[in-house]
Design a protein. Structure first.
Length: 228
């Protein structure tokens, strides 16, 4: 309700879009571009996580503080299937990244690709999150440029020189898959190229040490010493 009340006082652009938080002191140049599109529909036949109806992840809360559970071979196969589907969806979304497309349009692409695979888009209604992807610009979560993570896809159109992180999560056969990657929008500057290159290098080198008995903290140590 507070968001809608503030939006009523927001300054609307000539094309009908507006910033719903006009009094917030943003630290960068990326601003939200509302209105958001309507919540996308998931067909009834697709199995849903427990938060899909009311936004409350009950099973997650029950497991809080407990050690990770070792998966059986059958459960591992199910997780791999979910991860393969998420990879397909992310690659499809990435193929549409270009100047002029909005992050909401990318969210629609991710949503449709997810339900076509009989999967549920995990971000949708998780703690009342309104979209199927997250962005870090940045569908899905999408974030652009200085947006750190979990941006809400909206009407902002990508511009030449942006970088966008697309975060795809989906729920399939009782398991969530979650992955993301950062992509250039057209030609980008050298600092942006260095950021993407360094992040990829950190990922690749960290994967190399992942094995039974490895410590989570060692992954951080690997990334800490890497350079572009």
């Amino acid at each position: 309700m507070a968001i809608h009340l503030r939006a009523s006082n927001a300054r609307h652009a000539t094309n009908g879009t507006y910033n719903p938080f006009p009094n917030y002191a943003f630290t960068g140049s990326i601003l939200p571009v509302y209105p958001l599109s309507k919540t996308r529909v998931v067909p009834d036949h697709i199995p849903r996580p427990d938060y899909a109806a009311d936004g409350r992840p009950i099973s997650e809360a029950r497991r809080a503080g407990q050690p990770p559970r070792l998966l059986t071979p059958e459960e591992q196969d199910k997780m791999r299937r979910a991860c393969r589907l998420a990879r397909e969806v992310l690659d499809l979304a990435a193929s549409h990244v270009r100047p002029g497309i909005s992050t909401d349009e990318l969210d629609e692409i991710v949503h449709n690709a997810t339900i076509e695979r009989n999967a549920y888009p995990s971000p949708l209604n998780y703690r009342n999150f309104p979209k199927s992807t997250r962005r870090q610009t940045g569908a899905t979560l999408r974030s652009v440029n200085e947006v750190i993570c979990h941006g809400i896809p909206d009407q902002r159109k990508l511009r030449e020189g942006d970088i966008i992180n697309i975060d795809v999560s989906l729920y399939f056969e009782g398991y969530h898959a979650d992955l993301n990657a950062t992509y250039p929008v057209g030609e980008i500057d050298e600092d942006s190229k260095k950021l993407i290159r360094t992040a990829r290098n950190c990922l690749d080198e960290s994967i190399k040490i992942c094995k039974p008995g490895a410590l989570f903290r060692d992954i951080g140590k690997v990334m800490h010493v890497l350079k572009a």
